[in-house]
Design a protein around this ligand. Sequence first.
Ligand SMILES: *Cc1c(COP(=O)(O)O)cnc(C)c1O
Length: 389
Amino acid sequence: MNQQIAQNQEGYFGEFGGSFIPPELQEVMNYLTEQFNIFKDDTDFKEEYQYYLREYVGRENPLTYVDRLTKEWGGAKIYLKREDLNHTGAHKINNVIGQILLAKRMGAKRIIAETGAGQHGVATATACAMFDMECVIYMGAEDTRRQALNVFRMELLGAKVVPVAKGQGRLKDAVDEALGDLVANYKNTFYLLGSAVGPHPFPTMVKHFQSIISEESKRQILEKEGRLPDVVLACAGGGSNAIGAFAHYLDEPSVRLIGVEPDQAPTLSEGVPGVIHGFKCLVLLDEEGNPKPTYSIAAGLDYPGIGPEHSHLKTSGRAEYVTVSNEEVLDAFQELSRLEGIIPALESSHAVAHAKKLAPTLPKDAIIIINLSGRGDKDVEQVFHMLKK
Ligand SMILES: *Cc1c(COP(=O)(O)O)cnc(C)c1O
């Protein structure tokens, strides 16, 4: 899968990104790139996307000022961008709606996707139900056992979940299987990728659809405060909620952009340039040069690579990337719940945990926006068991 195809510089962010895939897959990606470029600026397409974001996802969601948390931390004013309030409880649906609408325009009848913990699979199955698309979700066999309830959710929503027993039965094996399906069935099938990773055009496309987050937050903070925030914080797994939360601030040098990772999957802090899943990024490698297994209490952050644009933002210095510990994450999860009545996803709790350290170091009139990527209902049972120990 590592054969480099000579192609133009499209899809590169500095030295990162690109497309490192076999020729038959490259042809499918070229066609996808062409179609995406046509439809992303098409007025009807944009109106349809906005329609479903409003009527189905429930956008725009609020930018909530949290007074008790602000006072408790004793520094900068804290605002939360409420992706947790979207239908299905996280930001992933923004991207899923955009890609399914593109799939429909391209004449696809069948959607395939990979999923690790199951969250992207559930978001995909949800939208496939509404758009009446056949839906096949590839999931590592090991992951189907650990996430039996998410498998059932996807099946309830009408999707077919295919357990992949090859390899280690994890996300990577599910990706390989989905790519095989795509090559065999590309004429009627669309591969709906869940994060800002993979070969071009996926990182660019996923960013495009997730940029709605910062398009809204920028308008909202200007309305509420009459100025831009000082800091925007987001957790980073593959990097889709973070790039969406950063996008409209990238050209505003006064806004600090900070991505937060688990200290047990410190891709941007300790990764080196390498190729995984068909693109170049900073990646955690073991002694033999293979992607290193990561362990995060937040399933959505458990990925040894990171989107190519984040790799570039880190290398170029435009964005900062930090890590937090499990203990700090659990603490943040409980504190936001107790003080504000908002139970955050464990992934999002990473961003909250870093904000807790940063806020007291900033003046009281400084503004921090935390992108609350999802709600924590899915994590309550896990946290219950972790806290009992
Ligand atoms: C999947 C997920 C993430 C991580 O994915 P990104 O592509 O890095 O955004 C973060 N938060 C939540 C709630 C998720 O479901």
